[in-house]
Every structure is written in C-alpha cells, then in structure tokens.
Design a protein around this ligand. Structure first.
Ligand code: B3K
Ligand code: ZN
Length: 869
C-alpha cells in the first residue's frame, strides 16, 4: 500500500473546467460517458486520471477515437502521454453497481441507485482527477427504465426531462457552481418525496424535498423542519444563505457514514432522517436535527469553500461540527449540549488521541483517507475552531468567517488560510495556533496552588505537557476560562496585576510553564478552572473532594458544576477499582454521597442537567484514568456504585420517577423540556431496577409495555436487558415482534443485546450473527451488532480471549465486502497495549492473524499495521 504525504502536495498538472456525464443505468452494467473540458497547467506531464473497479471501453481526444496504444492503465491510473494545451476528452466506461458492496461510487440500496464519492469514490464511477482541488461545472444526463426508476436526481437544477423509446426516460441536470468531484451525486429509484419551501433573506424561494422509499413517507417531517431551522440559523448567525432554487435530501438504508453533503443533493443514512415518536428516541431526534444541519452547513463550509487536499479535512469538518454544535446548543439548551459534547470527546476522542492511531487534526500522511474521518479530525477539530471563538469572542469570530468567505469563495484552501482570515480580520497574530494542527495527543494542564494569607494572593502554578509527543513538544495556546468562589460558594471578582477583570475571564496559557497570581483572594477561596471546557485538555489540579463538592454545588457555570460532580464520581470509582483489585470491598466517600444527595433534592428543578450529572462515568472513560485497564475491577466498581446509589437513594429515585411520570402524561413532542424529563425519569428507572427488587423490575416491564413513544419504551427495555429475570426475555421478544418490519428499530434490538452487561453477551451475539435479520452488507446492522460488541468492555475483553477471536473472525468477513466498515470495527483492537499482559498477548495474536490475510484490504491493513508498530 502507498502512503500519501502532505509534504508531497503538488497542484494538479491539469484543470478540468467543465464536465458532462451521461449515465445509462443498469444494475449490473451501467455505461458512463464522460466528456471533460481540460486545460494543461504544467508542461511536459502526461495526463493521469484516477480509476478503480471500472472497465474503460474507449477514449477519444477532441472527437478522435484513440487507439489502444495511445492510452494505458497502470496502478489505478488511466495514462495518456500526449495531450495538447486545451482539449476535450471523452471516455466511455462500464461499472457494476450491484456488485459494489463497498458502497463507494455508484451502488444499489434497496434496488435504488445512489452514490457516495467522498473521499475517493468518484474514480469508481469514471476516470477523473479525483482530488478536491479540481473544480468544475457539471451537466449530468441520466437515462433509465421509467417504471423501475421513476425518480432521477443529480446536483443543481433540473434542465429537462422526457421519455425515451423502450420504456426508458431521461433527466438532465446542471449545477452552475464549480465543485470538486467528491460532491457529485446521483440518485435513481422508486422514491416518494415531501416538499416544503424556504424563503432566504435575499428573497430566494427554495424548494425543499426529502425523498424516501414509499413506506417511509410518514417519517420525514421532523427532518424537514430541522432543515428549515438550520437554514434560518445560518442566516442569522453567520449571514449565510442558500444559493440554488432546489435543495434535495435522499434517505437510503445502506450507507457507510451518517450522511453526505453533495451539492444540493444531500444523501443520508436513513437513520438520520426517519423519525416518528413510536420509532425514534429523543437521542435519535437530536441526531437527526444536528446531522441535517451539519450537511446543510457544509454548503458554505466545505462546498463553496472546499479543501485543497484531504490533509485539510478538518478545515471543513472541524468547522462544520463546530457550527452544528452551536446550532444544536441554540435549539436545545446550550449547557446541556456542551456537556454532551465533552462526554463524547472524552469517551471517544481522548482514547484515540492516546492510542497508536493518534494523529494531529491535520494528519501528515495516510494510506486510506477513509481511515482519517476520525473523532480527532471532526471533534477535536471542532474544539480547535471553538478556541478561535473563545479567544476572539463571537463578534471577532464572525468577522473572521466573513473575511474567510470574502477571500476564498470558490476556492480549495488550507487550514492556514482559515487561521489567517481569523487573524487578519481581528488584527491579531494567531500563528501559535499552528501547534494545535501539527501535534497529536491530548495536552495535560497541571495546576498547583500556593496561597499566601498575608498578601491575600493565590498563585496558580500552571504547567502544560503533551505526553504523546514528549519533551520536544511545541507549547499550545490554551484558553482557560476561570472564576473564583469563596468558601461558601459565592462568586468573587478576579484581580490580576491590580486590575479588576470581572467575575470571569479567559486566561491564555501559551507557554510550558506560567504563574498566574490572583489578588485579593480570601482564605478558603476555590478557583473554578476550564469553565465551559474552554480547551480540549486533561486538567490535573490539587483540589480536594470538599473543594470539588463546593464547585459542584455552587459554580455558576453549568458545565463546571457537572464536571465537578463527575470528577468526584471518577475519584470514588478509581479508589473502588484499586480496592477491588486488592480484594477489598469498595468504600464510598461521604463527600461524594452527600453531593449526590444534594443533587437528588434539586433534581426536578432542572431534569436535563441532573440526568447528565447523576449518570456515572462510563467504563471506557473510567479506564482512561489508569495506565493499565483492569477490565473486571472497573466493571465491578461501576456496578457496585450504581447499586449503592440505587439502594441508598431508592426513596428519592422513586419520588422523581413518580413526579415525572405524572408530568409526562401527555403526547410526545421532541423539545428540550420533555427531553430532559424523559432522560431523568429513565435514569431513575434504571437505578430502581438496579436495586434488584422484583417490584421495580415489574415496574420497568409495565413502563415498557405502556410507553407511547420509543424513548420511554427503549429506556425501559435497556434497564431490563441488564437483569437476569424472565421480564428480560418477555420484553426483548415483544420488542422484536412489534418492530420486526422496521430496520432502524431492529438495529436497536441488536445493539441492545450486543451492549448488554449480561454474562452471556458473547454467546448472544454469536447467535445473533445467524439471526435471519442479520446481514453483513448493511452497515447499520453490522455496526449495531459487531460495532457495539467491540465497545462492550466486559464482553469483548473476556479473559479467555474468546471475544477477540470472535470479533476478528467477523471483521475478516466484513473486510471482503466493505473494507471501510471493517477498518472501523478494528478500533477496539487498537487499544491492546492498555490492557494486562495476558490480554495484550491475546489481542496482539488476533491483530497478527489479521495482518497475515493475503487479501486484506488496505483500509484494514493501515489500522492493523499502525497498531502493531
Ligand atoms: N463529509 C461526509 C463524510 C464522508 C466520509 C467519507 N468516507 C459527511 C460529513 O462529514 O458531513
Ligand atoms: Zn461533515
């Protein structure tokens, strides 16, 4: 496999200004005729077009058919040695969409044609300069059987359509905006749509349509409303309006990722479009709203301004994730969204950044670009964009965005261009921000305090480090949003260098070591550091439990209050893990138990926040606190604390459950208020079931049976899958029969069993691979069963290694069909060095076995090889 490096970047030797494509669709033999208006940009180089998995039938230059000796195919390229300065190239080729199980390029989903081209799928459609810095206008003619494929879609505007002989018909689409080929899309099938309209700030009437298979037509309305909210929000927050008269979304069941932002023809995994209260949970609704917005926002951040090369991926992804986070924060509750995002970052991105696949948000090399659509490029990338906003303020950030579009509209640019626009628009030097793009790893910020009672000075001794890089790291600009509370929890003003800075300010910590001296600080005052999680770092402070409890009770920042309670829980759990490993029973710190008691008293005042605050840290996040992850001890510690909180506070949980049940006795709507109440009520039910009492298990079954929406039904079902009781099977069987015709719900049924902490989960999962509804060709189904199993600490990491052998076998099956999905499933194996020596050996053996497979895909090869070295 070839490694691509950022430092080897060269601008393209040829430009393609205009593209005409003719598709004669057929499931097994689609003909593509592509006519390219090309221009030489560098002398003396042969023309080399990328291609993969297609058969070239003929090549013509300026209308003259080229003989077989004038072109050749070599190493995934169509090479033509002699071409003039300007010319028109016409290529005819054939592809087989039906055989395309990789779901890249043109493929079939439920018998309908659809495409996925990012990152390098267009070369599987027709030979092309398949790189994002080649921008062209596209005209696309689609011909297909009219009865089988009544709907024919591509990017831009519909110019013409009509009937052809032999039951065929055609449609002609033209996209006036220049775009890279990764934004090309085509859909043809038997689809129905819902339609709505949006009038832009500039009075453009935009027709909005969502296309789905006919049986899903009643599940699109929420996505449509979410789209309209996103369009409005982008105008209000960033002054960005839509730029065509049509915006189409198509939902398909077979899709490698969440969705794709093709110009004016977004294609979605149906999971992120389809919703009805009976089939989708609050989390699903939230996901739909944010993904619909995310893809829409790409129209400016990604499409109008795109990436020069794939190393710049975070330019569009980090920025667009940041934008969708801000949007969801405004739609939901800002602090709730922020806490959710931080939980997610710590759970998924921190481990990635500490493991063998760690890479900077701007990676420097790759074998398969698909492997770099990562939590780091997306989520950490969004945190880095957020740092600009934290440093420049919302207005300054907006000025930077305005200048970015003013300078770069219609271009393919780099992360440096973005940073420069931010800097120039605000007249500041942001060159030190480069360090965030060049180094992997999560920075650590260590804080030690020295208090001098006589002078009333509190000195914060700050040290930053980047363990992944080591001593030679370049210091990062780390904004620390901070405040100060007195010993009773009242906010104090911040005084630094004789200057009053107000109740909160952002300190920019941008060297290895710094001292920050706070003045006029009374005895017992507690600093509140990293409010709103102002930088993606690991904070190591010398605060004691009582101080954390003070912050948990009184800090005005919703995030920090949550984080303080979470820190207390983590500390309690870490001590418990150590105790269990020594063969002792865990003892729970009174400070923490009291803090929980206080929260339970106030829980009904803010259910959404309390649902997050009273959920214990997950096993992975807990494991990250240790050098070596003690699988069993961590699992036991968490279960023990859960049942401690369940038993100790049973009365409180029961009262929360009852009060919220009464309040929620109304029709389901997805809104922040109901969402919060349902979350807290479900959490209460979970704790009640954890008491092990039959009456609560029966209550959960009742809750399951009488729910009028999926959030409640699934919440109760999840509570039941952890218990060994007849109710478990009753509910699981009922759920399956109730929803057996609904693939997205059946995915949940698979996922629930794969993620269960039932002692026989491995056996259940093995059986489920033979279930008639399981299939290796549908990514959602594979992720639901095998993806979730790999994340299940207790089941996957069984001491005898049987979980490892099972998953490795399964991954090899998937690898033959869909390398991209297989490579993703490998991710739990990449963490092998974090476990005890026995497990290390067992995991490593499986990685080595996989690496020996001669036909292994380069996607999987890259992950396995990098994990082993
Ligand atoms: N840009 C796409 C991801 C494409 C994945 C390619 N393997 C979805 C998104 O981030 O919006
Ligand atoms: Zn994106």
């Amino acid at each position: 496999p070839v490694e691509h490096r950022l430092e080897d970047y060269q601008s393209p030797a040829f430009a393609i200004d205009d593209v005409h494509l003719l598709f004669q669709l057929d499931p097994v033999a689609t003909r593509v005729t592509s006519t390219l208006a090309m221009r030489r940009q560098r002398a003396e180089e042969p023309l080399q077009l990328n291609l993969e998995n297609l058969v070239v039938e003929s090549v013509a230059l300026d209308g003259i058919e080229l003989g077989e000796s004038a072109w050749r195919i070599e190493d995934g390229r169509l090479i033509i040695e002699d071409v003039p300065e300007r010319f028109t190239l016409r290529i005819r080729n054939r592809i087989n969409p039906k055989e395309n199980t990789a779901l890249e390029g043109l493929y079939l989903s439920s018998g309908n044609f659809c495409t996925q081209c990012e990152a390098e799928g267009f070369r599987r459609i027709t030979p092309f300069l398949d790189r994002p810095d080649v921008l062209a206008t596209y005209t696309v003619r689609i011909e297909a059987d009219k009865s089988a494929y009544p709907v024919l879609l591509s990017n831009g505007n519909l110019i013409e359509q009509g009937d052809l002989p032999d039951g065929q018909h055609y449609a002609l689409w033209h996209d006036p905006w220049k775009k890279p080929c990764y934004l090309f899309a085509l859909v043809a099938g038997d689809l129905q749509f819902i339609e709505d309209h949006y009038t832009t700030a500039g009075e453009r009437d935009v027709t909005l349509r969502i296309y789905v298979e006919p049986h899903n037509i009643d599940r699109c309305e929420f996505a449509m409303q979410a789209l309209k909210r996103a369009m409005r929000w982008d105008e209000e927050r960033f002054g960005l309006s839509y730029d065509l008269d049509v915006f189409n979304i198509v939902a398909v069941d077979d899709f490698n990722m969440g969705a794709m932002e093709n110009k004016s023809l977004n294609i979605f995994n149906s999971k992120y479009i389809l919703a009805r209260p009976e089939t989708a949970t609050d989390t699903d609704y939230e996901g739909i709203e944010s993904v619909v917005a995310h893809e829409y926002f790409h129209n400016w951040t990604g499409n109008r301004v795109t990436c020069r090369d794939w190393f710049q991926l975070t330019l569009k992804e980090g920025l667009t994730v940041f934008r969708d986070q801000e949007f969801t924060a405004d739609m939901l509750l800002p602090s709730i969204k922020r806490i959710q995002d931080v939980i997610h970052l710590r759970r998924y991105q921190f481990p990635e950044d500490a493991g063998p696949m760690a890479h900077p948000i701007q990676p420097k090399s790759y074998i398969k670009m698909d492997n770099f659509y990562t939590m780091t490029v997306y989520e950490k990338g969004a945190e880095v964009v957020r740092i600009y906003q934290t440093l420049l303020g919302r207005e300054g950030f907006r000025k930077g965005m305005d200048l970015y579009f003013q300078r770069h509209d219609g271009q393919a640019v780099t992360v440096d261009d973005f940073r420069q626009a931010m800097a120039d628009a605000n007249g500041v030097d942001l060159s030190s921000m480069r360090a965030w793009y060049d180094q992997p790893g999560t920075p650590h910020v260590k804080v030690r305090r020295h208090y001098d009672a006589d002078s009333q000075r509190l000195t914060l001794d700050l040290t930053q480090s980047l363990p992944k890089v080591g001593e030679g790291f370049t210091p990062l600009p780390i904004p620390i949003r901070l405040g100060l509370l007195d010993a009773s929890g009242n906010p104090l003003p911040l005084v630094v260098g004789g200057e009053e800075l107000g109740m909160e300010y952002v300190h920019l910590f941008d060297t290895r070591h710094q001292q920050l001296v706070l003045e006029q600080v009374p005895e017992g005052a507690v600093p509140a550091l990293l409010r709103d999680f102002s930088a993606p770092v690991i904070l190591e402070t010398d605060l004691d439990d009582a101080e954390w409890a003070l912050l948990a009770a009184h800090d005005p920042d919703d995030f920090l209050r949550w984080d303080a309670l979470n820190t207390l829980a983590l500390k309690a759990l870490m001590e418990a893990v150590t105790a269990i490993e020594r063969g002792e029973a865990p003892a729970w710190p009174q400070t923490y138990l009291d803090a929980v008691g206080v929260r339970l008293q106030a829980a009904l005042e803010d259910p959404a926040w309390h649902a997050l605050a009273l959920t214990l840290p997950d096993e992975v996040t807990l494991g990250e606190q240790f050098e070596t992850i003690a699988v069993e001890a961590i699992h036991q510690a968490r279960k023990a604390l859960q049942s401690e909180l369940a038993q100790r506070f049973e009365v409180q949980w029961a009262s929360i459950y009852d009060t919220l049940s009464a309040e929620l006795d109304q029709p389901y709507t997805f809104n922040a208020e109901q969402y919060g109440k349902r979350s807290l009520r479900t959490l209460a039910l979970h704790y009640l079931v954890q008491t092990g009492k039959a009456k609560w298990i029966e209550q959960a079954l009742y809750h399951y049976q009488h729910a009028n929406n999926m959030t409640d039904r699934f919440g109760a079902l999840r509570a039941l899958t952890g218990v060994e009781h007849a109710a478990r099977k009753t509910a699981l069987d009922d759920f399956y029969y109730r929803f057996r015709n609904d693939p997205l719900v059946i995915d949940k049924w698979f996922a629930l069993q794969a993620g269960s902490d039932h002692p026989h989960t491995l056996e259940h999962v093995r059986m489920l691979t033979r279930h008639p509804d399981f299939t290796y060709t549908n990514p959602n189904r594979v992720r639901s069963l095998l993806g979730v199993f790999g994340q299940n600490r207790a089941a996957f990491h069984r001491a005898d290694g049987s979980g490892y052998v099972f998953l490795a076998d399964e991954i090899l099956k998937v690898d033959k069909l869909n390398p991209q999905i297989a490579a993703r499933l490998l991710s739990p194996f990449t963490q092998w060095r974090r476990f005890d020596t026995a497990r290390q050996a067992l995991m490593k053996a499986q990685l080595e076995r996989i690496l020996q497979v001669p036909s292994l895909s380069s996607n999987s090869y890259e992950i396995v090889e990098k994990s082993l070295t």
